[in-house]
Design a protein around this ligand. Structure first.
Ligand code: FE2
Length: 282
């Protein structure tokens, strides 16, 4: 059964950090798709939109995933860890009980484009140690599709073209699928998505149609997919570039206060108290 469009969350312009311009779809006004908490796209050729970056700030209780389509950011945390995130690279950060980090552009001109996705952690993992999976572009499998186009496999397993290829992200309880799909004009793409996973896609370039829809899919929007076991997308006359995300829902209560995402109000108050007394990360 094909997963058709169930809901559309148009991205809205906002800013975060020290004034980075963003398009936020999931995450605006508490709109989420369990376990996905937020999706921001940052995309600009104007350094004034991004150069201020994201100075030191905390997280607790979830994972942040940054996928850099174009540009260069430096990540630094309170432990002295450093990571350069360059074009095509991914940083999968499990904040666990706490991380204080900065994410700063390392360019003063040119294009910067990418995504930051927040994925919730199950209650039993919210207070685990922070961890990183820093993945360089050369470690992300790229599969050429019949008829042109390609798919980058960031997390989960690509199944198609007679192949089954796992992405480099490992050991995430919500079992995420994260594909970046590039299609030529009028090319069709179909991919299995486990029926018990929640799934959405985000079209960032080109045009096309999702499933049985009669209408072109909106760009810069989280397109929430309904039940089924595979996703179909037919590119339009401009081709299409979209990310496809799926993961197991947690079905747990969520209480969020900015960069802290926990299960109860008491845990949020504890996070604030820990942060204010420099105990967030210990
Ligand atoms: Fe952050």
């Amino acid at each position: 059964m094909i997963r058709n469009i169930e809901n559309i969350i148009p991205g809205i312009e906002t800013s975060d950090g020290a004034g980075v311009k963003l398009c936020r779809s999931l995450g605006q006004q508490q709109v989420r798709l369990d376990p996905f908490l937020m999706l921001d796209e940052f995309s600009s050729n104007d350094p004034d939109d991004y150069v201020a970056g994201f100075p030191a700030h905390p997280h607790r209780g979830f994972e942040t995933v940054t996928y850099m389509l174009e540009g260069h950011m430096l990540h630094e945390d309170h432990l002295g860890n450093q990571g350069h995130l360059k074009t095509g690279g991914v940083q999968w950060m499990t904040a666990g009980r706490g991380i204080i980090h900065s994410e700063m552009p390392q360019q003063v001109s040119g294009a910067m484009r990418g995504f930051q996705l927040w994925i919730n952690l199950p209650a039993k993992e919210k207070m685990k140690d922070a961890a990183y999976q820093d993945i360089q572009v050369e470690d992300i499998p790229q599969i050429t599709l019949k008829g042109g186009g390609f798919v980058k496999v960031i997390a989960g397993i690509f199944q198609g073209e007679g192949q089954s290829i796992a992405g480099p992200v490992r050991d995430i309880t919500t079992d995420p699928l994260f594909l970046d799909v590039h299609l030529l004009p009028n090319q069709e793409f179909s991919h299995p998505v486990a029926a018990d996973h929640n799934a959405f896609l985000y079209l960032y370039e080109g045009d096309g149609v999702v499933g049985d829809s009669l209408y072109s899919a909106p760009k810069q929007a989280a397109i929430i997919l309904g039940s089924g076991d595979h996703v179909c997308f037919k590119a339009g006359s401009y081709g299409a570039e979209f990310i496809l995300l799926a993961a197991l829902p947690l079905n747990e209560p969520i209480v969020q206060y900015g960069p802290f995402v926990m299960n109860t109000q008491a845990q949020i108050e504890q996070a604030i108290e820990d942060y204010q007394s420099n105990r967030l990360t210990v």
